[in-house]
Design a protein. Structure first.
Length: 466
């Protein structure tokens, strides 16, 4: 049971972050203390050695100046006025026999004979003599004098150890609060760092229950978490828009399919309800084929729009001459326009190129021209103009038709939407939706300016060719 709970706890991201935050904080504090303790110990040791060497140098000068008698008077005075931490002083003769010895009170229990048994191979040498208690030691420096004399001076490490012990005590007194502060700080940082993630999880749970308008509150920190929240909210908004679009499309498809499917059924029922001539059966089959073709065209266009909007449409991009592409599309519709008494005019630089799928872009221009011809009265005018504006290729399709009402300008891009004035014309209500989807798939933008009775101007803005 405990092991299972421990595994669950270890799998928790907040626990792991808390562990790492507090662990790094505590280990850093321990390393800092260790470094400070080491530097303090080295500094105290260096001070003691410098003091020993300085005292040894002073005594050597006294011996060289006045001999052994002067040295004895000097050390006698020092012993009489014994300081808080006096020096150990020893003068040895041949065979390391002690001639003069000053032992501070801290050294009375030390094994001084150990110094006499120590063989010195160099002119100067440091000797460490442990105290009998083992807590401190005696540090002695030696120097050879004339006539085989050996002068030694030393100092106890007791004062040094007291300082270090006090330092260790201070650390021991703060280590528990340090661990507590590290754990609390790690917990606070982990909770604060994971707060946006918990908001995302809460929002996802809300969305999974059908609350599509749920959004993650922005942390407003200006860091990666805020960017993550913004991207997540944008993704949810796009998904919500797509779902609403799918629902509307399904409703519209169901509504628009009802009429051709009912017509198909009526034609078939009439054909089989009574005897008819072969010509009548042929006419019935032709009507069925026409309705089937309309339904298939609707479904195919819806598939193209969905692929373009979701970014999975296959675009065969190549360098396209804009003027030549416009002329090709205009030639296809010129006869229909002339039959209706419409004039068509094109303006485009000859050296204007863009990188696009020529088939899809002809489909875009074809849909816009088809609409312009449908909704422009006899004697009207249609213009197609291409130009480069601020490193963008802009194509304008302008007509002098019936125009579009302000309340319909935003809705004309919706799937299967048909305004009041367009219901009298043949069509599926998918042309402009397909235009917008293909242009966006090319990294472009499409817009419209229109007013009732004043015509319409559709604008396509695309990145240029490379």
């Amino acid at each position: 049971m405990f092991s299972e709970h421990l595994r669950t706890l270890r799998a928790n991201v907040a626990f792991r972050l808390t562990f790492w935050y507090s662990g790094i904080f505590i280990v850093s504090a321990l390393l800092l203390f260790t470094l400070a303790y080491y530097l303090l110990s080295v500094s105290l040791n260096r001070q003691d050695q410098e003091a020993i060497q300085l005292r040894l140098k002073e005594l050597s000068t006294v011996f060289k100046t006045g001999g052994m008698e002067t040295l004895e008077r000097e050390v006698s005075v020092e012993k009489k006025f014994e300081k808080r931490n006096p020096f150990f002083i020893r003068l040895a003769g041949k065979e390391n026999r002690t001639l003069l010895l000053i032992i501070p009170y801290q050294w009375t229990e030390s094994d001084i004979k150990e110094i006499e048994r120590t063989v010195l191979y160099r002119d100067k040498q440091w000797i460490r003599l442990p105290a009998r208690g083992g807590a401190t030691f005696l540090e002695v420096a030696s120097v050879r004098l004339a006539e085989d004399y050996l002068l030694q001076a030393g100092k106890s490490s007791e004062e040094r150890e007291k300082i270090l012990k006090h330092f260790r005590g201070i650390f021991a007194a703060v280590v528990l609060p340090l661990i507590f502060v590290g754990f609390v700080g790690g917990t606070f940082l982990a909770i604060r760092a994971l707060k946006p993630i918990r908001h995302v999880m809460t929002t996802i749970r809300s969305i999974s229950t059908g609350q599509m308008d749920a959004r993650v509150p922005s942390p407003k920190t200006g860091d990666e978490f805020e960017e993550l929240v913004m991207l997540f909210n944008a993704m949810v908004e796009k998904i919500e828009t797509l779902i609403k679009g799918m629902r509307n499309s399904l409703d519209n498809v169901a509504h628009d399919l009802r009429t051709p499917m009912t017509r198909l059924r009526g034609i078939a029922e009439m054909a089989v309800s009574s005897d008819h001539t072969p010509e009548q059966y042929r006419d019935a089959l032709s009507d069925c084929l026409e309705e089937s073709e309309r339904i298939l065209k609707m479904l195919s266009t819806l598939m193209d729009i969905s692929e373009a909007e979701t970014g999975v449409i296959k675009l065969d991009r190549t360098s396209v001459n804009v003027a030549a592409m416009i002329e090709d599309v205009v030639e296809l519709y010129r006869y229909v326009a002339e039959e209706k008494g419409l004039s068509m005019e094109t303006r485009s630089p000859e050296a204007l190129y863009l990188t696009a799928d020529p088939v899809r872009m002809r489909q875009v221009l074809g849909n816009l021209l088809d609409n312009a011809i449908k909704y422009t009265p006899e004697g009207g005018k249609i213009e197609i103009e291409a130009q480069q504006v601020d490193e963008r290729i802009v194509i304008l399709v302008r007509d002098s038709g019936i125009g579009i009402g302000r309340e319909e300008l935003d809705r004309i891009w919706e799937r299967l939407y048909r305004g009041d004035q367009s219901r009298s014309q043949k069509g599926l209500g998918l042309g402009l939706s397909l235009v917008k989807a293909i242009v966006h798939a090319h990294g472009g933008q499409v817009g419209v300016q229109s007013a009732p009775g004043k015509g319409s101007t559709f604008t396509i803005s695309l990145p240029p060719g490379k």
